[in-house]
Design a protein around this ligand. Structure first.
Ligand code: FES
Ligand code: FES
Length: 162
């Protein structure tokens, strides 16, 4: 079947099967490989995107269900001039990524959280990230990055000068 949707502000269309997952359509149909697949049990959150403004695990929804939807992925989180968006920049500044595999999903979840709750507490950030797993176990700096992106005071990360 043919589906149409808006992805990162761009109108796209494609042929999918009824069983095609949104993450498959994004990655294989549109080449947007920033949305990752980290599990086959809908647990890891590496695939989080926004569908009509809500954070959704793209491995857990059919592409056909998103016909006509507004979808946002990590590729659309930068600024128009190509620089990093505020959340992305905070992840870099606060070392909120190690291997980086989970990072797109973390950033997309953070964006959804900050849209609804612009100044979350640390506990609220940690609670919201329950659906996002980082196997590097590096949650402290991820939480710091999200708090910093919300404009809150965060202790700086020690830097090692080269
Ligand atoms: S790929 Fe792991 S939750 Fe979607
Ligand atoms: S940075 Fe490695 S899994 Fe999160």
């Amino acid at each position: 079947m043919k589906i149409d949707m808006t992805v990162n502000g761009r109108n796209v269309s494609g042929e999918v099967e009824g069983r095609t997952l949104l993450v498959e359509f994004l990655r294989e149909g549109l080449g947007l490989t920033g949305t990752h697949v980290g599990c086959d049990t809908s647990q890891c959150g590496a695939c989080v995107v926004h569908v009509d403004g809500a954070a959704v695990k793209a491995c857990s929804i059919f592409a056909a269900e998103c016909d006509g939807a507004q979808v946002a992925t990590i590729e659309g989180q930068g600024n128009a001039d190509g620089s990093l968006g505020a959340i992305q920049q905070a992840f870099q500044d606060y070392h909120g990524l190690q291997c980086g595999f989970c990072t797109p999903g973390m950033v997309m979840s953070a964006a959804a959280l900050l849209k609804d709750n612009p100044k979350p507490s640390e506990a609220e950030v940690r609670d919201y990230l329950q659906g996002n797993l980082c196997r590097c176990t590096g949650y402290h700096n991820i939480v710091k990055a999200i708090l910093a992106a919300s404009g809150q005071e965060v202790a700086p990360v020690a830097r090692v000068e080269a």
